[in-house]
Design a protein around this ligand. Structure first.
Ligand code: UDX
Length: 438
């Protein structure tokens, strides 16, 4: 049985390690972050992801998955090394920051003394795999017995386990039939279950991921652009979206208008795509992504504007309640969170902002210590002049508007995700405002 390693144990890597153990492999996870590794070693997931804690605990206890900070151990252990490190946006630009990818290859490759396959899963600019393959050939003592393949990952946070064990498709970019054979063997349980496989070259595999995220971002910004028009003419984007979605060529998923997309993937991936296209002299091809980004950011500004209006055009001394801090529900991830972006903008404009989120408060407080964090949704809304619903957790959908109405200063709510029932809130005496809705 092949022995697998996973390099980088964030959302992607930790999930991949646990899921590969679930498929029956012996897995060794590696990270430079000792705090993360010691949590994982004791079977604890250092972030919020449904289903993952149970899966990980089971396979750590059963001995099928282990974790280390020792790269020599990793190099000796693995027949296949999955590269799962992060590729964030560069601090001073739009391009992807590849320092963790390069660091991983620079430390791992010189230690590869036996035949093995390195499999890149991180989201990288097209062309990266070819560069890395050359570098591995230069560094690895085992020479041509070490190969690279590219196997992009499409998992969504909140559904990471499900998306890994039952993906829509598998994509593998390879240079030899040997690499293809190894990956077919690893994913045999998924392929046997009917998961489609697309075998490509390196640049195509890299591009599938970039293109998928660009398409999803475009779809969201399309409906948000329609929301802007709806706001001008008094139409209802929720009904518009429903009606569009019945056309199977369009489809209803990723067509929810609201505060727009955030997170550790879509925003930085469309920016990195533009930066890479520019380097390649193909900037025009994806120039529209600048517009996609701009539409998305305008939604945040729009919520701030609506909130300001409800505060009498001046935030000074007003109390604003924010429900939601995570970039989306069922996650504690606050990377590029639209909710926190709005909250911080309003705080800087002079309001007192009180936030509640079921899972993301520790991360939010670490990143934005200047904001005020309440213990419950109701506590956040106490004496509020306006309530902003910015991340659509189930808990917020279940709030009783009448009960909440008792504790706020003004019954005004802006639903940044268009999921609350306007009739219910209005019947309880609230001024309800959605985005792109009359
Ligand atoms: C995304 C891709 O879906 C996934 O395939 C890829 O591997 C990583 O990036 P993720 O970042 O976990 O996954 O979140 P996703 O569920 O795609 O949502 C992205 C953002 O879009 C969220 O902020 C969400 O609130 C927003 N969104 C989504 C909308 O505003 N409207 C929609 O209709 C759908």
């Amino acid at each position: 049985m092949l022995r697998l390693t996973v390099i980088g144990t964030g959302y992607l890597g930790a999930t991949h390690a646990a899921c590969m153990a679930e498929l029956g492999y012996e897995v060794l996870g590696y990270d430079v972050d000792e705090v993360k590794i010691s949590a994982l070693q004791s079977g604890k997931v250092p972030f919020y992801e449904p289903e993952l804690p149970e899966l990980l605990a089971r396979h750590v206890a059963g001995g099928r998955v282990a974790f280390t900070t020792d790269i020599d151990e990793v190099a000796n252990f693995g027949d296949v090394h999955f590269l799962c490190v992060g590729t964030p946006q560069q601090p001073n630009g739009y391009a992807a920051d590849l320092r963790y990818v390069h660091a991983a290859i620079e430390t791992l490759a010189p230690r590869l003394r036996r035949p093995c396959l390195v499999v890149g899963k991180s989201t990288v600019p097209v062309g990266t795999a070819t560069t890395l393959a050359t570098r591995i050939a230069e560094l690895a003592p085992a020479g041509a017995d070490v190969e690279l393949a590219w196997n992009p990952e499409f998992l969504r946070e909140g559904f990471a386990v499900r998306d890994t064990l039952r993906p829509d498709r598998l994509v593998i970019g390879v240079q030899t039939s040997r690499a293809e054979r190894v990956l077919r063997e690893i994913y045999a349980p998924l392929l046997d279950a009917g998961v489609p496989l697309v075998v490509t070259d390196f640049p195509t595999a890299e591009l599938v991921k970039t293109a998928a995220n660009a398409f999803l971002a475009t779809k969201i910004s399309f409906i948000n652009a329609m929301a802007e028009i709806c706001e001008v003419v008094g139409a209802d984007v929720v009904q518009l979206s429903e009606a569009l979605g019945y056309d199977p060529r369009i489809g209803k998923r990723f067509l929810q208008a609201g505060l727009g997309f955030g997170g550790g993937c879509l925003p930085k991936d469309i920016r990195a795509f533009r930066a890479r296209a520019e380097e390649l002299g193909a900037a025009e091809a994806v120039a529209f992504l600048a517009e996609v980004d701009a539409i998305n950011m305008r939604r945040r500004a729009r919520v701030v504007e609506l909130a300001r209006r409800e505060c009498g055009e001046d935030f000074t001394g007003r109390r604003v309640a924010v429900l939601g801090a995570a970039f989306k529900p069922n996650s504690d991830d606050i990377r590029d969170s639209p909710a926190l972006d709005v909250a911080e903008t309003i705080r800087r404009a002079g309001a007192h902002v009180s936030i509640y989120d079921p899972e993301a408060m520790p991360n939010a407080a670490a990143r934005y210590p200047q904001l005020d964090y309440a213990k419950t949704a109701f506590a956040a809304c106490e004496n509020a002049d306006v309530v902003l619903h910015l991340t659509e957790w189930q808990e917020f959908r279940e709030i009783d508007p009448a009960a909440l109405g008792e504790i706020v200063a003004q019954r005004r709510i802006i639903d940044g995700r268009n999921v609350l029932d306007p009739n219910l809130w209005r019947a309880a005496g609230w001024m309800y405002r959605g985005l792109g809705r009359p």
